[in-house]
Design a protein around this ligand. Sequence first.
Ligand code: ZN
Length: 186
Amino acid sequence: MVPNRRVAEHWDTVDMNLTVKICGDPVLRRVASPVEQFDADLRELAESMIQTMLAENGIGLAAPQVNVSKRLIVALQMKDFDDNAAQPLVLVNPAAVRVSKDMWSYEEGCLSIPGIIASVLRPQDVDVKYQDLEGEFHAVSASGIFGRILLHEIDHLDGKLFIDYLSSAQKSLIKSKLNDLIQDKA
Ligand code: ZN
């Protein structure tokens, strides 16, 4: 996920960047498989995903976005919209086990859908269970922007994109931009 405005200006670009796949690439629509091997390759992938997310000014990134169809996401643990000091969290095999009935709307963007931002309605609070890079189980309760990032990234693991939630009026507004992105892919 990307913020609707730049959160931090101080992130340096680094060399470990992966290529982020753009809307229209079939990997973004695939249901990702569970991670079963908690090895050095997984740690390296997670580290490269964090570097890529930061370099691209993202606040969350899912493995399918870097062409790896595995259930792995990284997300900044933002306390609020202006949290410039948020640390990244790696979540392996994450699952939203509870979401609140309360919903809220906020403008989302996505590194795989560059240049498009739209309001998306999502639950206010979410409980997520996940494994760390050693395979240990954890749970996190998140609300506000951090909860939204987690929901957005977990959606990627099921082949779902934020544009899928838009109303037909919203969709018609972004239609030509979206077609351009998909055309560029072909
Ligand atoms: Zn995204």
